[in-house]
Write a new protein. Structure first.
Lengths: 136, 136, 136, 136
């Protein structure tokens, strides 16, 4: 299994006065990596999923270890794998690193829902197949 | 024990196209509630803690349940209690609710560090006393 | 004429590595002051305006002087006056200051539109009356 | 003269409930395009400029026309030219477009300063040469 991989730039507006990425910004990075995963790996823009298919993957639980700070100017590699693939639930793991040093290890559990009702909905087969290739 | 309480407004710029608070923004709310806690309950602005005393409380772990969405225009009550108070480690629990409905239950573990070295540092006694009053 | 007045806190997550408010954040402040103006002065939450009346005030032009930096921990007073009140167009001026020192002088021109069509729409009389009290 | 060009993705977390890019986010785009300009065109990361040379380019004036909304999922082309190149002052113009449609036309005037004192400082020759190639 080969994780999905994308790059994140720690920009000027992301760091706090101590020069390290302000933690809420790190959750923006996670969402951006998630959008890249949809675009590049799944082959569907997350935007189109919401707008055309009326389904989405809201977060129900997050469990995050902040291991090392990310600094202004760092280029961070995000690797995404799948740690849970239920009928509707999708657990994605994000490991952020700079060289050999792991900065962040996050497990984000989402549920596929119909946007109208927010009721859970089975993950469509074509998408499920893409997440299967990322199963740990 | 009476939790520290503060109010959060879900503003225009915080919600996603589905009309609910974009999850990284929720971590901004948590940090803002944390800053209010310092300002109002501890009696020290978090800014001054960093600038004058050279110590801070970076996040090392977060464990968050997203129970119900927060919508644009909602006024959310945040209640903060302390679930862990070690020599250097400080665990704060944030429960966000709208009326009787809980939206979020977050456990955020921080460690008191010297900013220069990022080495752990004992939580100063005067501050520890304030967090003790919030122990669950 | 008495300007509408509200307070802005320069928080931890708003400042850049040089310790001053990152300029895009300043535009968040302007929008927050605008939302406060609606809520407190006009007596209508901007949210309800959009959701219930189907009208909004998108920005068409901004002209901003950045006179002095705002630092982490600053408490800034925002004063809002009205420099233009046409059939549909609404020009609001935001002056931000700390003590006697002006930080920012911004002229933001918006147009009242129907959200469905984004066509211009006459500012409703009741709201117009409130903006008249702020005319320079 | 060939403008510097970069691409901006309008992401999930950038749009407001009306589905269009929240205007303060647009100023984030401008700053990101500015950082790209430094990195790719000037050949110096803006981060390194601040950290190693102790100079920066704070904004003193912005004049922005918002011509057409940018929607969630849009891929926007930003073109940057130079409309002013004084001893210390640098005026950059950002035109954002989607296909043939211009969304934004922004003139951002910055001044080269020493970060320590915030006093103006002559733009170093090597950088000036790079901005000259973008003069309108």
């Amino acid at each position: 299994m080969k994780p999905f991989q994308t790059q994140i730039d720690v920009r000027f507006g992301h760091v706090d006065p101590a020069g390290i990425a302000y933690f809420p910004r790190i959750f923006d990075y996670i969402h951006e990596a998630f959008e890249e995963l949809w675009d590049v790996h799944v082959g569907k823009r997350y935007y189109h999923l919401l707008a055309e298919e009326g389904i989405g993957f809201p977060l129900v639980h997050s469990d995050v270890d902040f291991k090392n700070p990310m600094h202004f100017g760092d280029r961070v590699i995000a690797r995404i794998t799948c740690f849970k693939l239920g009928t509707s639930s999708l657990g994605l793991r994000y490991v952020f690193s700079i060289g050999d040093s792991v900065c962040l290890d996050a497990r984000m559990t989402t549920v596929c829902v119909e946007l109208d009702t927010l009721k859970s909905f089975p993950i469509p087969t074509a998408y499920r197949a893409k997440f299967e290739t990322l199963l740990e």
